[in-house]
Write a protein that binds this ligand. Structure first.
Ligand code: PLP
Length: 444
């Protein structure tokens, strides 16, 4: 038997927040600077998998199970937290789980998903996934959900998402404030939190003000959506809310930092976003009791902090100095030796070899090649050659090759690289394409 008083649990899922086991409400004592109003933060990382979306993940799965669906494998587009929750609920049931998400989601979240056994489909999608984009996370999840044995529960359309908050978040807040709550503030992603909790609170007291907070277009706060993206979100029902406010990344990250310093609360970026909205919308009046949802904590967002709070990070390590490499001197000596050696040929000899059918290898980069080139030459930029590519070169390493670049330096490095790989007969063209063109040899 699970016992919330003793905090002894039969199953990890019994730790999910409920009226009997609510996530904490903590009063913000310093940042608001209010004389009369009270602002509480509701710390959702006290859910078992670390975020507000644990409630939704459990609700999506149990709702499908209660309707008698036989689940085997689940797939979901996610900004991380729903995925993390679903991965862990799926593990308790031995279901498979796949997530589709943008590579812009912090590496910390993507790594956590892998740690939890998720089949991860990382895409070049925007941080705010939108429907109707064939290569995007949403369409990809739909596609993957059509595989036999797979099912997309779809947090964006499934009523079990707001329902989770109507059944748990709302009643918790009502009970924790003794019915005194006057304002409810949440950041907006799928809008499950605001819509489900807001409906419950307004049913108990129609005077409760429900306020949604969103970032601006092109924002960098995982989990939330700009107004443009919200317009395409089914559970965004602004007619039910009393206010919708926009907050900038700077304001959100700034408040996120202050929450650590001034309130000792380990808040993630979307907590800063929601609090910034609350500070604008909540009046400092007697009797005002505001509850702000704090969706998750800071530790999954180090890569976001690197961009927005760069002073937290040590300066980038300087580029290693080549001269410090003990082999650099030997390389230079080998290079000088090769430069004087018989394998450096002039452009006329190169032309003769080309006419005789010898492979000419151009090691310049594509931009240089586009300007002028020997049409018959094999193009393989030096960096690719250095990484071991031999694409287009003769398979038989005894066949001759003539390397050319712009002026004769890179082709000499190419000569050394190719010889090190066992090519026996390699020449480098002195003066490169510059000398070739000046001599009037054919080029395009
Ligand atoms: C960190 C974070 N903040 C806010 C939200 C928004 O919550 P909702 O989807 O219920 O609107 C999410 C949702 O994924 C989230 O992950």
């Amino acid at each position: 038997m699970s016992d919330h008083t003793l905090r002894t649990y039969d199953s990890i899922l019994d730790l999910l927040a409920s009226e009997e086991n609510p996530t904490p409400l903590v009063r913000l004592r310093h940042i608001p600077g209010f004389e009369h109003a009270t602002i509480y933060a509701k710390l959702e990382w006290y859910n078992p998998f670390g975020a507000v979306k644990d409630r939704v993940a459990a609700s999506l799965v149990s709702d499908a199970e209660l309707r008698g669906e036989r689940l085997e494998n689940l797939v979901e587009p996610t900004s991380g937290n729903t995925g993390i929750g679903l991965a862990m609920v799926a593990n308790t049931r031995r279901y498979g789980f796949a997530a589709t998400l943008s590579r812009e989601i912090p590496l910390e979240k993507r790594t956590a998903l892998r740690l939890f056994g998720t089949e991860l489909h990382e895409l070049d999608d925007a941080l705010c996934p939108m429907p109707g984009q064939p290569e995007g996370a949403m369409e990809r999840a739909t596609e993957l959900g059509e595989r036999p044995g797979w099912r997309q529960l779809n947090q964006y359309k499934n009523p079990a998402n707001p329902e989770a908050h109507y059944r748990t978040t709302g009643p918790e807040i009502w009970r924790q404030t003794g019915g005194a709550v006057t304002h409810f503030v949440a950041s907006l992603g799928t809008c499950g939190t605001i819509t489900g909790t807001g409906r419950y609170l307004k049913e108990r007291n129609p005077g409760v003000k429900v306020i949604g907070v969103h970032p601006s277009d092109g924002h960098d706060i995982p989990g939330v959506r700009s107004l443009r993206a919200l317009a395409l979100t089914d559970f965004f029902t602004p007619q039910e809310y009393d206010g919708v406010l926009e907050v900038s990344d700077d304001e959100a990250y700034g408040l996120c930092r202050r929450l650590h310093l001034e309130e000792s609360i380990i808040a993630g970026p979307s907590c800063g976003l929601a609090l910034a909205g609350a500070l604008r919308a909540v009046p400092d009046e007697p009797g005002t009791v505001a509850v702000v949802i704090f969706p998750d904590n800071a530790f999954k967002y180090l890569s976001s902090f690197r961009r927005h709070l760069p002073d937290l990070f040590p300066p980038e390590a300087p580029e290693p100095v080549v001269a410090a490499n003990p082999f650099a001197e030997h390389l230079e000596a080998a290079f000088e030796l090769a430069k004087q050696g018989p394998d450096v040929i002039d452009v006329h000899e190169a032309k003769r070899l080309l006419d005789a059918g010898v492979t000419v290898l151009d090691v310049r980069n594509p931009g240089e090649v586009a300007r002028v080139q020997i049409p018959e030459s094999v193009k393989l930029p030096l960096p690719e050659l250095a990484q071991g590519s031999t694409e287009g070169l003769p398979v038989d390493r005894s066949e001759p090759i003539v390397a050319i670049c712009a002026a004769g330096t890179r082709s000499l490095y190419a000569l050394l690289l190719l010889k090190a790989q066992g090519y026996q007969d390699v020449k480098s063209v002195d003066g490169g394409m510059g000398a070739w063109v000046a001599a009037g040899h054919p080029a395009a």
